[in-house]
Ligand binder design. Sequence first.
Ligand code: HEC
Length: 116
Amino acid sequence: MMKDIASQMKALSQMIKGEREFDSDGVREAASVIADHARDIPMMFPEGSNEHPSEVADAVWERWSEFVALGELLGTRADALAEASESAGNATDVRPGFTEIGKTCLSCHQDFRVGG
Ligand code: HEC
């Protein structure tokens, strides 16, 4: 699931960097895939799922409400990007929304993924 999220982010970043043609439908689709997955994040980490080799930090279960809130924040920001794409005429219009999403990925990984 994280890999799917990451591939949507990659497509978005290519558009924003101009490596791919801007396409507001594409932005909206990518953002809504991220939003859907974001809401599934808590379900993917049931208590005790760390028995298998994984990069999940124990902090996930120790600070569960923070973890869930970050997943929720990711969903909210992805929704915002999807909405922004409706009136966006070019990549610059969606850049701020994309940056906010990227920050959310990073802050959750810093706190909750082993290795940062
Ligand atoms: C609510 C917390 C949270 C958010 C938000 C989050 N991640 Fe993650 N991510 C994790 C955790 C925890 C892992 C480690 C999962 C594991 O090893 O099982 C992870 C792992 C990953 C991986 C490695 C996957 C793998 O199979 O090796 C990628 C890539 C990734 N995330 C991309 C992203 C991107 C891109 C975003 C933002 C659009 C994002 N993540 C947002 C918690 C989050």
